[in-house]
Design a protein around this ligand. Structure first.
Ligand code: ADP
Length: 456
């Protein structure tokens, strides 16, 4: 099954069970290591960049993700037919499906990610909270799975409104509702259960205290199977719309060296508690007094991993593959030197003037920005048709510079240079946002978009 590259155990061939920019990102890492790649694609994606960049490619089904990128028998068949000995799930789709990881194992295919057991432990938010609190990682006051509504109301009185009801299997900002009083709580428990069942096939919900306008701070960790765990510092993802991230930056303007050290240690403890192997992200909320609370762990590569790469000079995907192949981490915590500041904007095919309505269609002109400290991760090109079936991400623009202000100015320059014609995009929205005085100050929280909208 295995071969050696530069003295390290390595996969013979990696199948990428994903599409879009992340599939391209993973293919690039594999090519640099020297591993042949297998792309899988839906009929709608036949002309996609990941298909032409991979060594070989297989169509795994029609346009709908449920019949293609979520079609386990088709993905496993493509791996077996092509002789791939590993599958990289990217983010989204199969990346947090413990059942898929188990099926890969049964077929002797390495799932590039943590074990199914760690995925189950951390994928269930209520279980993860319990595990974290037993390891002295602070969590927000809250409950386990809610079984009795009257009991839940009593609990809520104890830690005080507002509270947030969350689907224990939730993700992507779905299955979460804030309640300000007992009536809303009762209503939201019912609604969240329905949503949770519909989106995640698991109706269980729990609740926790809703912090008013905290910052969203997350720590990137990498762990090997020998118990070595390192962190690459934090990312600040407080600028969100409907609990979904819009801008990310690293490091956080709100985190001092002292808090950074504590966050890093807590994140490493969290990963060790889950017996974690691979790359992962521990998400925290940070309150005004700089107390932080564990929120959840994402057991996969994160969309915004690139900004951590920029400040650490570490290729996270390459290291992820290295670890999955059974090698020890290539570096120790003390080897990791964070330097400078990086900002990311997610450019989507959406119309910011029509409430971010998805705007699929053909890109007829495309000139991405470049220059020192600018990175654009994308799968699009001039003439590319954005299909309506998947998320609307066109690209991630990342800018690095020695200081936050220089990185911000570089981002503004890059966004102004960027030309995408034929479809509506969120570029104009970001060009304004980057020049907003609150953004410039660095002094904002997850409530940013509420007041930002009112200013316009
Ligand atoms: P998902 O898994 O869907 O991404 P998260 O649990 O990570 O959901 O929460 C997403 C966002 O929702 C957070 O970044 C934060 O803005 C908000 N949020 C979640 N829990 C709380 C809380 N207890 N208090 C305040 N805001 C919260």
């Amino acid at each position: 099954m295995w071969k050696k590259i530069n003295g390290k155990d390595m996969f013979k061939k990696v199948l990428i069970a994903n599409r879009g920019e992340v599939a391209v990102r993973i293919i690039r890492a594999c090519r640099e290591i020297g591993i042949p790649t297998v792309a899988v694609y839906s009929q709608a994606d036949a002309n996609s960049l990941h298909v032409s960049l991979a060594t070989e490619a297989y169509c795994i089904g029609p346009n709908e993700s449920s019949k293609s990128y979520l079609n386990i028998p088709a993905i496993i068949s493509a791996a077996l037919v092509s002789g791939a000995d590993a599958i990289h799930p990217g983010y989204g789709f199969m990346s947090e499906r413990a059942d898929f990881a188990e099926i890969c194992e049964e077929h002797n295919i390495k799932f590039i990610g943590p074990s199914p057991e760690s995925m189950k432990l951390m994928g269930d938010k209520a279980t993860a909270r319990k595990t974290m609190s037993s390891k002295n990682v602070p969590i927000t006051p809250g409950t386990g799975i809610i079984t009795d509504i009257e009991e839940a109301k009593k609990e809520a009185e104890k830690f005080g409104y507002p509270v947030i009801v969350k689907a224990t299997a939730g993700g992507g900002g779905k299955g979460m509702r804030v309640a300000n009083n007992p009536e809303e709580l009762e209503q939201n428990i019912t609604l969240c259960r329905q949503e949770a069942e519909k989106f995640f096939g698991n109706p269980d919900v729990y609740m926790e205290k809703y912090l008013v306008n905290p910052r969203h701070i997350e720590v990137q960790i990498i762990a090997d199977r020998f118990g070595n765990v390192v962190h690459l510092g934090e990312r600040d993802c407080s600028i969100q719309r409907r609990h979904q991230k819009l801008v990310e930056e690293a490091p956080s303007p709100a985190v001092s060296d002292d808090v950074r050290k504590k966050l890093g240690e807590a994140a490493v403890r969290a990963a060790k508690a889950a017996n974690y192997e691979g790359v992962g992200t521990i998400e925290f909320l940070l309150d005004k007094d700089k107390n932080f609370y564990f929120m959840e762990m994402n057991t996969r590569l994160q969309v915004e991993h690139g900004i951590s790469e920029m400040i650490s000079n570490i290729d996270i995907v390459r290291e992820q593959i290295n670890i999955a192949a059974g090698n020890p981490l290539s570096f120790k915590q003390e080897d990791i030197k964070l330097y400078g500041h990086a900002i990311e904007c997610r450019i989507n095919a959406e119309d910011p003037e029509r409430n971010f309505l998805p705007a699929p269609g053909e890109i007829n002109g495309y000139i991405p920005p470049g220059g020192f400290g600018v990175r654009v991760d994308s799968h699009v090109y001039s003439g590319y048709k954005i299909p309506p079936y998947y998320d609307s991400l066109i690209s991630k623009v990342m800018c690095w510079a020695p200081t936050r202000e220089e990185a911000r100015r570089r981002m503004y320059r890059a966004l102004k240079e960027y030309v995408i014609t034929g479809v509506k995009t969120t570029l104009p929205f970001y060009q304004d946002l980057i020049e907003d005085e609150v953004f410039i100050s660095g002094n904002f929280d997850t409530g940013f978009m509420n007041t930002y909208k009112q200013n316009k």
